[in-house]
Design a binder for this molecule. Structure first.
Ligand SMILES: *[C@@H]1O[C@H](CO)[C@@H](O)[C@H](O)[C@H]1NC(C)=O
Ligand SMILES: [Ca+2]
Length: 225
């Protein structure tokens, strides 16, 4: 009996281990517009978030021709609980709890972008960093807390919990280095991340990622690292 239990535990460990992938220097690649290709990320989160930081690298067309979702965190109550979005109106939209701020950005570069976005409930301050540079701080949703039960999706923008995709908001390009913390990274820490260093992620860890892909999603070496 004891032996049987031990075997069972060993099996569970094996399952857990195989569910996590080190995505270091890899990217999810979306080659064309679709409303059914995406990556669903599993996170470790038990309590509502009073603060967070999301960092990622994205390589996609930053022009005025097309908007697309970059990071979509939906809860049962609010589809746009956390959203990072390229808006063809000329910048990055950052949404928390359904409230939006636009960070205007010159739409000239065709280079991969490194983005860090953070929010803290106590002050409502949102920060948005592009390639290690901070945009001016803004504020939204002071006193709010972000629900922990969420669908986190890359490649599509959710209009409902785990669905409601629009082909015209799909990501065409590549995304990687997606990490999330349940606190606001300091400016020094953001610079550390931007220059390739590590601050142990607490919510999503690119080096130990649990994910599922649907439709046509390729996993390829990053072009930018
Ligand atoms: C996507 O955009 C095209 C061209 O503007 C439009 O015809 C189509 O209805 C849009 N699709 C959806 C699902 O909004
Ligand atoms: Ca949408």
């Amino acid at each position: 009996m004891e032996k049987l239990c031990w075997c069972f535990l060993a099996l569970i460990n094996l399952c857990n281990a195989s569910g996590q992938t080190d995505m270091n220097k890899k990217a999810f690649v979306f080659l064309k517009e679709s409303d059914n290709s995406y990556v669903s990320l599993k996170r470790q989160l038990k309590q509502p978030l009073e603060a967070f930081t999301v960092c990622l690298s994205v390589y996609a067309d930053r022009s005025r021709t097309r908007s697309y979702g970059i990071f979509s965190y939906a809860t049962r109550k609010i589809a746009n609980e956390i959203v990072i979005f390229w808006s063809k109106n000329g910048g990055y939209s950052f949404i928390v709890g359904g409230a939006k701020e636009l960070f205007k950005f010159p739409a000239v570069s065709m280079e991969p972008a490194h983005i860090c976005a953070s929010w803290e409930s106590a002050s409502g301050i949102v920060e948005f960093w592009v390639d290690g540079w901070p945009m001016l701080r803004k504020s939204l949703k002071k006193g709010y807390s972000v629900e922990s039960e969420a669908n986190i999706i890359l490649g599509q923008e959710q209009d409902s919990f785990g669905g409601g995709f629009n082909i015209n908001q799909s990501l065409v390009g590549e995304i990687g280095d997606v990490n999330m913390w349940d606190f606001v990274l300091s400016p020094e820490q953001i610079k550390t991340i931007y220059s390739g260093g590590t601050i142990s992620p607490t919510v999503l860890d690119w080096r130990a990622l649990t994910y599922e892909t649907r439709g046509e999603v390729l996993i390829k070496p990053q072009l930018w690292s």
